[in-house]
Ligand binder design. Structure first.
Ligand SMILES: Nc1ncnc2c1ncn2[C@@H]1O[C@H](COP(=O)(O)OP(=O)(O)OP(=O)(O)O)[C@@H](O)[C@H]1O
Ligand SMILES: [Mg+2]
Length: 288
């Protein structure tokens, strides 16, 4: 991706001034080319300030990973990107999330339409209690898709690297599949409607290492056509799949527990040359 080129000079600037200027340039570069530009100033659940100061661009046809200790707001930020948090009573966001140039929190924007073009895959595979075929066709029906369902279902199952395993049992229950297959079914369900962006919240945490690698390979294939943002606790996974990584942390200084962005960088730079002490410590495994 051209976005990667933006960061070509980003590794190891020599002085603080060079670092600051590199940071400004790379942030500008990423933002100019971002599919989504997330500017969370403050995000509340009721009176609880859950996240502050998270500016994270999501580059197109790339994978952006969110990492950080438990409770730092990774899922919260991810769920803000397709207005999933709207379901939480008391949720309030100050800032903006621009997607293809439009703020998805603007008054006139329909959150249902946002969720239609920004799909989501959750931590626990959650196929519906219906056939494999109907699971994948579900979103198409919801969108009143007028084309050939069988063709689209097959394409989505192929895209999710599941077709060969299920093509002879499309009418069996989605729940009869293994955990790894169920997660690929959920990915097929999400990509069937051809979303512009796919959000994944720890999609491998319920899976064994083989199924995990399978999903990781799949993500790398999918980024050719889609843009992906993923939350992961697994630092090796972030390094294996992500082009860019955002590291969030928890600020307890004011007595609360507020997540904020510490560092957003190309993944290799973040892991090999972290700028911030907290990032270094986290990567060394000093807190989880
Ligand atoms: N629906 C909710 N209502 C109220 N508070 C919430 C809600 N969801 C999350 N929080 C709070 O917001 C903060 C961030 O939670 P979040 O789930 O985003 O963290 P996380 O980084 O994804 O953690 P984990 O790694 O454990 O999944 C936490 O303090 C959490 O208790
Ligand atoms: Mg989470």
């Amino acid at each position: 991706m051209t976005i990667k080129g933006v960061y070509a000079n980003d590794i190891g600037p020599e002085s603080d001034a060079a670092r600051a200027s590199a940071r400004a340039i790379t942030a500008q570069g990423a933002r100019a080319k971002a599919l989504m530009d997330c500017h969370i100033r403050k995000l509340y659940y009721g009176s609880f300030l859950a996240v502050r100061d998270a500016e994270i661009p999501i580059a197109p046809n790339a994978i952006t990973a969110f990492i950080g200790p438990s409770g730092c707001g990774k899922s919260t930020v991810l769920r803000s990107l397709n207005r999933m948090n709207d379901f939480v009573p008391g949720f309030r966001l100050e800032g903006s999330v621009h997607f293809q140039g439009q703020d998805i929190y603007a008054n006139h924007v329909d959150p249902v339409a946002v969720r239609r073009s920004i799909g989501m895959v959750f931590q626990q595979p959650n196929p519906f209690a219906m056939s494999i075929y109907k699971n994948v066709a579900f979103g198409l029906r919801l969108n009143r898709y007028k084309g050939d369902y069988a063709e689209r279902v097959e394409a989505a199952l192929r895209g999710a690297a599941l077709w060969d395993e299920v093509k002879d049992k499309l009418h069996s229950s989605g729940l009869s599949l293994s955990g790894g297959q169920q997660q690929r079914l959920c990915i097929a369900r999400a990509i069937a409607v051809e979303p512009d962006l796919l959000l994944m919240d720890e999609p491998c945490s319920a899976l064994d290492p083989i199924a995990t690698r399978r999903i990781e390979e799949l993500m790398l294939e999918l980024k050719e056509r889609y843009t992906i943002a993923i939350v992961t606790h697994n630092l090796q996974q972030a390094q294996r799949v992500a082009d860019h990584t955002a590291f969030l942390f928890v600020d307890t200084s004011a007595g609360g527990r507020t997540g904020y962005l510490i560092e957003y960088r190309p993944t290799a730079a973040l892991f090999e040359d972290p700028r911030e002490e907290r990032t270094k410590a986290y990567i060394r495994g000093e807190f989880s």
